[in-house]
Design a protein around this ligand. Sequence first.
Ligand SMILES: [Mg+2]
Length: 234
Amino acid sequence: MAHPGLFVTGTDTDVGKTAVATAIARHLVAEGRRVGVYKPVASGVTTAVSDARRLWEAAGAPLTIEQVCPQAFTAPLAPPWAARAEGRSVDERLLRKGIEPWRGVSDVVIVEGAGGLFSPAGEKSLNADLARDLGLPLVIVDAARLGAIGRTLMAVTAARAEGLAVAAVVLSHTHPLAGADDDPASERRIAADNALELAGRLGGMPVGVLAHAAERVAPDIDWSTLARSDGRRA
Ligand SMILES: [Mg+2]
């Protein structure tokens, strides 16, 4: 069996993957687990507060921040294009090998992909290929806004068609949601209703919500057990 871990991916870019991945890492650290964090490749990295830094700090700053994300590019493009803009290319072998230092020092590794599940990670690989090769079950993140049911069900169905196991779904509030709970058209109510509808349609798969700036996914999900599940679809 693969080393325990989860591959946090999304229905699209900018849906709140890093917030969810850091919440999972903090949850596991609070349970006393040694947590590794790995971002195989990143693009659009221009500020000090990168995904890698947020992941690293959530895990308690293990190893080095360079080992969290060994391949980072500046341009806000898919990684192969961002690399090309710097006269470089994504190292496909390193995408897969970069997780190894983390396996040695952790009980569980949280991997954050780049973009959505079918977004390019390298010249050849999509994120889905990487998740398969790393042998990790998926956590699919979507932004908690209108359309989440359709986007999420498409991503879950497509992941399964690729032979990948989906361990959980999380809807992430990418901004503070407006409106009253008793207004069916409010952002807050749409987000809550989407989570309930998805839980019903996904037949027992954990469906969580990460509120804006919240520390934890609610309701509580047993990430530790999910991280030990098989990455291939049963
Ligand atoms: Mg991110």
